[in-house]
Design a protein. Structure first.
Length: 577
């Protein structure tokens, strides 16, 4: 019997509630039907939650990684129990009605993992995820359950190669715009399509999945160095195996996610986000994860930290390199080491290893001669890249990513669209001109519902050579692959009567990134007149998962989380309806 198994008996395991005593003979019988022995049932039961499916290359290999996690758990003295939850392919859903399901899936992933762990009284779990919303969804479940658990990423895809240059899915989306505008041939488009996704793994640039993988390390929920090895690299399987072993140790030490996810840990995560030029989606996901952890974050925290943290990682879409390149030079520990040198991180934060951030980074190895990650003293930009804007068009806030963006001020004419598809049609028909600001509304958390990403539109704009000649403003979201003057997460959203609902065709809009403002240049008197006439449109969905989500979801500026509906009884105590 492993030594750790002996030590685990010093305190009561959660699984004892379903496994110990005569009354639980039926429960043990079920487990024995699945091949477990009496000895197996004396060990900690450890879930292996993963998002395997055949919907996307991000997840298609996760069943194999789940097996490696199970091996690590078994070697360390536990009994693994695998189960899967859903995962939506953002890339395949992009530009369609299906994209409305993406952000909703984050909540369903968190809910379903929570229910599986609670129902079966597991003592801890490993969470494995690959595609965009599955990463924060899995981490949200960890914080919510607060059982010993660790996150591990499914890994990035390898870059494809076309004519000697690395390409990713971003290039395919942008090539569509280039083809539609006559800048490339169908043969050129086909070459990029065929080469850009060479195998299993998540989209290769610093898009949302790779950004959130970096966050898992920065927060301390994942093993150091586990975020960057590609899906097809042997080190990925080893990282998953070691994560399984680590969870057993966390069970022995009673090390829980909320011991790790302190306010200071979130500050570390935000520092890394700004330093790498990460996806704007991470802002919403970190705020949501904070809520699950009992930690209050708001947009001001992101802006406060952005102003003191330089942008040092030269990663796509705002830079030159892909995730695989970051891995080759040292991965996330290299980023953290450079930030630690300048005392920009809380070095004493606890991590899932049981060690501090400082101890983890000291034990990591880096490639010294490289240009993927700059020094803090010689950054790409002196401040971080995810800028919070406020103003008459977005009183509660909006987000723009400035990585790779040279322009800092844009004034233009509003071209107003109440659905993403209408905006894409206008771009596709080349009816968008220099100086236009596309306003896409009723695509927020409630309005869509589901707050669609709009890479199809933004990539078409860039592909047509209009990347810094027009702007886009929306209460929806953007893919991590989006680049250009693209302002998202406008709050309050149109569906609840936010100012974006009152914009009319031809209105002047001013985006000033230096001043961090976004304003509708219309008089207050005119705005009041429009507001008096405004009525909320009929919901797009009145039944089913999307309707349920729309009835519960909050503002993008507050993480777009679903909160139980509350009422107050006669004593003033809040109760769930």
């Amino acid at each position: 019997m492993p030594q750790k198994l002996v030590s685990s008996q010093k305190r009561k395991l959660a699984s004892a509630a379903v496994l110990e005593g005569a009354k639980n003979a039926p429960h043990r019988s079920y487990y024995k039907a699945m091949g477990l022995s009496d000895l197996d049932l004396t060990k900690p039961l450890v879930g292996v939650a993963n998002t395997w499916n055949e919907a996307t290359p991000c997840n298609v290999h996760l069943n194999l990684l789940a097996n490696k996690a199970s091996e690590g758990i078994a070697v360390a003295g536990g009994t693994p129990r695998q189960f899967v939850t859903i995962a939506v392919s953002d890339g395949i859903a992009m530009g369609t009605e299906g994209m409305k399901s993406s952000l909703v899936s984050r909540e369903i992933i968190a809910d379903s993992v929570e229910l599986m762990i609670r129902a079966h009284q597991y003592d801890g779990f490993v969470g494995i995820a690959g595609c965009d919303k599955s990463l924060p969804g899995m981490m949200m479940a960890m914080a919510r359950l607060n059982l010993p658990s660790a996150f591990v990423y499914g890994g990035t895809i390898m870059p494809g190669v076309v004519d000697g240059r690395n390409v990713t899915i971003q290039d395919v989306f942008e090539a569509v715009g280039a083809f539609e505008s006559g800048r490339i041939s169908m043969e050129d488009l086909k070459k990029v399509e065929d080469a850009s996704c060479p195998g299993a793994g998540s989209c290769g640039g610093l898009y949302t999945a790779n950004t959130m993988a970096c966050m898992s390390e920065a927060l301390g929920l994942a093993l150091p160095g586990s975020a960057t090895p590609p899906a097809v690299d042997g080190r990925r399987a080893l990282a998953v195996f070691e994560t399984g072993r680590t969870v057993l140790n966390a069970i022995m030490e009673d090390l829980k996610p909320r011991d790790i996810l302190t306010f200071e840990a979130f500050e570390n995560g935000i520092c890394v986000l700004q330093a790498i030029g990460g996806s704007t989606n991470a802002i919403m996901h970190l705020i949501a994860l904070g809520k699950e952890s009992g930690v209050k974050l708001d947009l001001d925290d992101f802006e406060r930290i952005r102003k003191k943290v330089p942008h040092i990682a030269d990663l796509r879409p705002g830079g030159k390199y892909v995730m695989y390149d970051l891995d080759k030079v040292g991965g996330v520990p290299l980023i953290m080491q450079k930030l630690l040198e300048k005392k920009l991180l809380h070095d004493d934060c606890l991590t899932i290893t049981g060690k501090t951030v400082r101890e983890n980074v000291r034990a990591s190895k880096f490639l010294k001669d490289q240009d993927v990650v700059r020094s803090v003293d010689s950054p790409i930009r002196p401040m971080g890249t995810d800028v919070i804007l406020r103003g008459s068009l977005a009183p509660e806030g909006a987000v723009v990513k400035v990585a790779g963006l040279d322009i800092r001020k844009f004034k233009g004419r509003a071209r107003v669209f109440d659905r993403e598809e209408l905006a894409f049609d206008a771009v596709d028909k080349k009816s968008i001109s220099k100086g236009d600001i596309l306003v896409i509304r009723y695509e927020g958390p409630k309005g869509g519902p589901g707050m669609r990403e709009m890479l199809q539109v933004t990539a078409a704009i860039v592909g047509q050579g209009l990347g810094e000649k027009v702007a886009l403003v929306t209460d929806g979201r953007f893919s991590g692959a989006t680049r250009g003057i693209m302002v998202g997460h406008v709050s309050p959203e149109a569906m609840v009567g936010g100012p974006i609902a009152l914009v009319q065709e031809g209105d002047d809009v001013l985006i000033d990134i230096e001043k961090q403002t976004i304003d509708l240049l219309v008089s207050e008197k005119e705005i009041a007149k429009r507001r008096a006439k405004w009525k909320a449109p009929k919901p797009n969905y009145e039944w089913g998962a999307l309707a349920k989500y729309a009835s519960l979801v909050g503002s993008a500026s507050d993480g777009a989380v679903c909160s139980p509906r509350l009422s107050a009884d006669v004593t003033g105590k809040a109760e769930i309806l």
